[in-house]
Design a protein around this ligand. Sequence first.
Ligand code: FNR
Length: 348
Amino acid sequence: MVRAKQSIQSHRKDEHVFLAEKFRHDTATNDFDGVRFIHQSLPEIDVSEVDISTNFAETSWASPFYINGMTGGSQQTKQINAQLAQVAQIANLPMATGSQSVAIKDPSLADTFSVIREFNPNGFVLANIGAGNDLTVAKTAVAMTQANALEIHVNTPQEIVMPEGDQDFYWLDKIAAIVAKIGVPVIVKEVGFGMSADTIAQLKQIGVQFIDISGRGGTNFVTIENERRHDKAYDYLADWGQSTVESLFESRAFQGEVNILASGGIRNPLDIVKALRLGASAVGISGQFLHMVLKEGPTQMAENLLTWQAQIQAIMAMLGARDIQALQNAPIIFSPELRHYLDERHLT
Ligand code: FNR
């Protein structure tokens, strides 16, 4: 009986990969297209002077983008994790695992996550668990991957639409206990539905210092989980949540007090620079990186991501920004829709 449930969970991980790829074409345009930099013809800078590094907790990351939480929990996703870890090592990128809850219930799956450490022994690794878990689970997850930090995901729309999803969303006390005791930095992250100023205030209130607002515009877990349902009952919920750009607007008042990370719908280096401009201190990428590793393999993908780093440096040079702090003052304009969002939410 237990074994049957475990294999359903492993199968779910494979389905997520398959469906994220299947629906990828739905995300060709998103709110990043409504953000434009004002071109400056005389930036008075040499590209080589631009510093793209960023700070996370006590460490400095050479790259302002990272591989965000996705996979593990099945043999196929172990393979993907191994390849992504190779990419992380070559391109010197931080990397998060997918949710490790499945391996805490069935320790025989632990190697589908710890493979990340095997292939990238000295890299910055982030463990990942769901928000309903307690401190013991959090510690096990961190130990499993010898992680430098922990991601806790909040994902109510996914749980609601998922046929086997949770219904108990009393999460704040558990998150607070983990943050207080775990001994590594904790990022609370969404999974593509974005965050409001109210959510960020609630997290700040319980001591959370790192928040990934992971917004709409890329991978859509309502669409993915709805596809896994026989009745397809939640078709109409596909537009739920705030986009990544809107969520960054929501985070604006908190950016000096907590560390805001951004993810959701990042397609290229320009999207990364826009997210950094809007106040993110680093940018996570999932769907696009899954696509790249499946299509290109780890060696080609790592090479492409080294090019991404050079292109971020080049775009920042065009804007005359020597570092991320300077970039955050670069002039930008917004589409009428985004301007309307700012007005309606009184965020201007
Ligand atoms: C995810 N995501 C995710 N997040 C998380 O915290 N734990 C998880 O286990 C997973 N699993 C997962 C599987 C797959 C196949 C994908 C593509 C994504 C969500 C991810 O970290 C991110 O928040 C969203 O996907 C939005 O970013 P992108 O995909 O639009 O770049």
